[in-house]
Design a protein around this ligand. Structure first.
Ligand SMILES: [Zn+2]
Length: 198
């Protein structure tokens, strides 16, 4: 079989990939197609028809918390190794840490299969990743809000201890809440300590 006959044979074998993954994120609930399912089904088909697929080119770039990758895969006919087709795919991964490129590559890989073999699923990942991102941005903003001193009402700031080490505002709040039953700034904490000594 030539490479196009093999692709058509696989399209006959695999007509549809049903979503198998349930993803819950806050109020967002959706069904998705797992990479594991796509890979295991398509892997069996590759072996059955004597095809291999591998990435030959990849470019990634990050903007904010979105990583975009462009990948070129080669689908090669094992029976006639000089016969191959190159397939371009891309993916976006939303992550504020270091998982963005991994997520983007997973999408690119998944979509390479879905597009090349015209597999219907009905999935819409863009909605999900942006919902997740909005939530992360809101959480990050919340963390930045200062903790207010319950005595003077001013925000608790980072301070340096006697050995010059930075004492984080967050830790000061936790410490004073435990020791003085309320969150205090350094000034009010020192005042409270004096009162305790008397
Ligand atoms: Zn204070």
């Amino acid at each position: 079989m030539n490479i196009y006959e093999k692709i058509t044979a696989i399209m006959q074998d695999v007509q549809y990939l049903a979503k198998d993954d349930k993803v819950s994120f806050g109020t967002t609930n959706y069904k998705a197609l797992s990479e594991e399912k796509v890979t295991s089904i398509m892997r069996a088909e590759l072996l059955k028809y004597g095809l291999v697929v591998f990435p030959i080119e990849q470019v990634a770039n990050r903007t904010g918390s979105i990583t975009h990758v462009d990948v070129k895969y080669r689908l090669l006919n094992v029976e006639q190794p000089d016969e191959f087709i190159d397939i371009v795919s891309c993916g976006d991964g939303a992550d504020t840490q270091d998982k963005g490129s991994g997520k983007a590559m997973t999408y690119a890989y998944k979509y390479m299969w879905l597009r090349t073999f015209a597999l219907p699923t009905g999935e819409d990942p863009d909605k999900i990743s942006s919902a997740e991102l909005d939530d992360k941005a809101a959480k990050a903003k919340k963390e930045e809000e200062p903790v207010l001193c319950e005595e003077c009402g001013k925000p608790i700031k980072d301070a340096k201890n006697n050995s010059g080490e930075v004492w984080k505002a967050k830790d000061i709040a936790v410490y004073t809440a435990l020791k003085f039953k309320r969150k205090l700034c350094i000034k009010c904490m020192n005042a409270a300590q004096k009162n305790d000594a008397i």
